[in-house]
Design a protein around this ligand. Sequence first.
Ligand code: NAD
Length: 425
Amino acid sequence: MVSSRIPGLHRLDRLERLGRLHDVGWLSEAEVESLAHGGALDAALADKIIENALGVYGLPLGVATNFRVNARDYLIPMAIEEPSVVASASHAARVVRLAGGFAASSTGRLMVGQVQLLDVPDAEAAEHALRQHAEELIGLANSLHPAMVRRGGGARGIEVHHVLADDGEAMLVLHLLVDTRDAMGANTINTMVETIAPAAENLSGGRACLRILSNYTDNCLARASCTIGPDLLATGDYDGPEVRDGIVAAGRLAEADLHRAVTHNKGVMNGIDAVLIATGNDWRAIEAAAHAYASRSGRYRSMTTWRKDKGGNLVGTLELPMPVGLVGGSIGLNPGTRVAHALLDVASAEELAQVVVAVGLAQNLAALKALVTHGIQRGHMALQARSVALMAGASPDEVDRVAEQLVKSGDIALARARDLLAGPA
Ligand code: NAD
């Protein structure tokens, strides 16, 4: 197994870093070559992917080190513009690695397609008819996707839901449950529900309106946890138990308070979105599902939990809907996405989902650990200073010098950066 612990990677320049990842076995020569030139999507190809394309929008693509999930090392590709996310994920992953790594699991993958049925004359009779003909509906849906069935996936079952709209209108909603294997499955499911809608109309006596997948994928959950001895949490003047208790207290606030919960969860999604974007996944779909899942009790709460166990260890958990794909959509078209998948080298979408939630948990741990000790600004501003230096017009050669001077001055402002650039080196 190639180790994800690569000391000093962040101190190398970008090309040296690519060389190191090649030397230790994470990147092939072709991948290094592609990334050396930026690894961006070709503009002519972009023009074939969306409408009215004008160009290609770039984001930094980095890797978080130190991740170990279910006893396997992973180098985590992250596409993100926010400084400090990659560094803090790597930092937290190192702490968890020393504690044995993340444990992760998943519930399998059953997505939902919905057919909304209006003007149903007798809802009970319609439900009965739909249930009686479930196998027929499932067979019809699968008839269009023999390859998905051969892969062991396809439509698996139906549910019938009675929904009362806010204005009192009653409607029936047919759910088609589909195993989409290693794809997110949006197009597969949408084709299926459009196909079965006429049969559902006949059986229910109603009129089909919406026919589309649901992004609330609560039958496609992934879960990560970590158990960390307090000694591993000691930071500067703060001893381990102090940090542990601070993290537990911070977690409890995020469980109870909406203003904190949203910020807390934003931090979780910092890590998750970065991996989703790097791997070409539909991050809007997973964002929507994750926040809805955080509200499943009827109140929006923290996505993670942090507790002290009987042995005094800090125990963190994160469970989220994670309908990621390894194939489908534009995955595979973008050279950066191809490299991201090569780095992760996961065998299934379920494995990717488990790694993604581990990254979310790491990101949350890093943020809480900083917040309950020296605060996040110290680390954050050092990295933010580089963005400010760049905005002020610093060349890549000047950035580190200007950023360092900005931090020393205690005034990380554009005007100060411009002065520093104008002044003697
Ligand atoms: P897709 O349409 O490309 O379908 C996946 C394809 O991969 C299928 O043709 C399947 O046969 C093939 N495949 C090969 N190997 C496979 C394997 N091991 N497992 C499963 N399939 C395999 O992709 P999709 O996942 O159906 O759709 C994803 C796209 O749909 C995304 O771009 C998403 O943004 C978009 N979308 C999302 C929504 C929404 O979230 N509400 C709605 C519409 C479209």
